[in-house]
Design a binder for this molecule. Structure first.
Ligand SMILES: [Fe+2]
Ligand SMILES: [Fe+2]
Length: 133
């Protein structure tokens, strides 16, 4: 473990960042929802932004898990991988006219909401307990 990581300020800031990024990701899904069906170009941009942001967010969480020696890291990382596949699937469905596009943002909001409310919540609680912050 990175010994610097034990500093509670660092852990506190990481927890704060994770929570803020969750809000940002949900906001991006809402922005996607607002343009989908009426501005295809903007919808594609938003979907691309979401895919990029969520990938970076997952990388960030996984680095913290490693530094904090999180025991559920493999399970959580597998879940990230599964969600990235869903994002890629959503991106592909944009070019499939048989897939109702309004479903994409609904599905993303549901699966990321469940992830944040369960997997990420358990991880954040672990950080708070282990590092007393
Ligand atoms: Fe997260
Ligand atoms: Fe996560």
């Amino acid at each position: 473990m990175n010994s610097d990581y034990r500093a509670s300020d660092t852990v506190f800031l990481d927890i704060k960042t994770i929570v803020l990024e969750h809000g940002g990701l949900m906001a991006t899904i809402d922005q996607l929802n607002n343009v989908i069906g009426c501005d295809e170009s903007a919808a594609n941009v938003r979907l691309g932004e979401f895919a990029s942001s969520v990938y970076q967010h997952f990388q960030y969480e996984e680095r913290i898990m490693e530094m904090a020696m999180y025991p559920l890291r493999d399970i959580h990382t597998n879940e990230h991988n599964r969600l990235m596949e869903a994002v890629v699937g959503a991106t592909k469905s944009r070019i499939n006219p048989r897939q109702p596009i309004t479903r994409i943002s609904e599905n993303l909001r549901t699966i990321f909401g469940v992830h944040a409310d369960f997997y990420d919540k358990v991880f954040v609680e672990y950080l708070k307990k282990k590092f007393s912050c």
